[in-house]
Write a protein of this length. Structure first.
Length: 341
């Protein structure tokens, strides 16, 4: 897995150069992601209650993991943050992405880029249609621009942070009807919108947050660690490659990048947290998803930034947070009038 990552990173960074040299300079002050320091601790990772499907990562066996303190972004990476990277570097994303569609599968791969209006209604929505490889290219650029070492969280770090010391199905308890207070999932508004796009319907979570698809980040209640949107909105890619279960998984919180289980002949990455399209099972703390390293999707995947806790004092970006507060207020006003960005 590590050799694969090195090759893919070199290939991705080849798109960041031109005849006059590297295009690393930011187009303005680099947006420093607001970070939350997650205290270290031990927790039971996994669940015996999640479904087990052949060739899909299961959440068993439940095992104890010790996690060191680290930092995790307060919000999912936004369109605004990712746009700054693309504008500064000329990074080539391509124009194809998985999207919802009215066919037997309910989705299709076609023209639908990360900055298309349907995927990026505002600059403060979570960025989607970005792959695991794209996320790493962004993180390498951001690290170079800021002098810090940003990365994806490990899967163990992600679940520990999402749990925030809880032992229930969701960070707040076991009742899915409470999800609309904490997460953007497949609720009543989501069901109506997704049914229009796919022609398919299924039982929705019995609440309504008035968001049709994705929502502006930070609109819901945070968990006990002060992290927003850990469930729902966009699914979040982590550093680990796919393993079909937790047999022999690391117990020290590090990313599991060896002995990867191939899927259709390729290496897969794990993503967590469900999405706006997730029902009460998929939106739980423990259900695991997977995606190809160069897979781009507007149905599930985005990412969140992590860094080690010993990387000095975490800076704050007051301008970014002020802009977010304004966008949240605008979104609440739109919802009050019966619309959504």
């Amino acid at each position: 897995m590590q050799k694969i990552v090195a090759v893919l990173m070199l290939a991705g960074l080849a798109g960041l150069t031109c005849a006059s040299g590297p295009l690393w300079a930011a187009t303005g002050p680099v947006i420093v992601p607001p970070m939350v320091t997650v205290p270290g601790g031990q927790f039971a990772m996994g669940s015996t209650a999640d479904p087990v499907t052949p060739d899909y990562p299961a959440s068993v066996p439940v095992h104890m993991v010790q996690v060191k303190p680290f930092r995790l972004a307060k919000y999912e990476t936004t369109v605004k943050q990712f746009r700054q990277f693309v504008d500064a570097t000329g990074y080539q994303m391509g124009g194809d992405c998985w999207k919802l569609a009215a066919n037997d599968w309910g989705m299709e791969y076609g023209q639908s880029s990360w900055d298309a209006p349907a995927n990026a209604p505002t600059e403060y929505h979570p960025v989607m249609c970005v792959s695991w490889n794209d996320a790493h290219a962004f993180l390498q650029w951001l690290s170079k621009e800021t002098g810090r070492h940003y990365r994806l969280p490990s899967e163990a770090e992600w679940e520990y942070a999402a749990r925030a010391r809880s032992s229930t199905r969701y960070p707040f308890g076991d009742d899915p009807a409470q999800l609309c207070k904490y997460a953007n999932t497949y609720d009543q508004s989501g069901k109506a919108a997704i049914t229009r796009l796919t022609g398919k319907t299924r039982e929705a979570i019995p609440c309504d947050d008035h968001a049709a698809l994705t929502n502006v980040v930070g609109m819901y209640k945070p968990n006990a660690f002060g992290l927003y949107d850990m469930l729902g909105n966009a699914g979040e890619l982590v550093e680990d490659c796919q393993h079909l279960n937790y047999e022999n998984a690391p117990r020290d919180g590090r990313a599991w990048t060896e002995g990867c289980a191939a899927f259709h002949g390729g290496t897969m990455a794990i993503h967590r947290g469900g999405s706006y399209n997730s029902g009460p099972v998929a939106a739980s703390l423990t259900v695991r998803g997977h995606a190809g390293l160069d897979n781009r999707s507007s149905v599930a995947e985005g990412f969140r930034i992590a860094e080690d806790a010993d990387d000095g004092t975490a800076p704050a970006d007051a301008e970014f947070e002020a802009g977010l507060v304004k966008e949240q207020a605008a979104e609440r006003a739109r919802q009050a009038k019966g619309g959504s960005a």
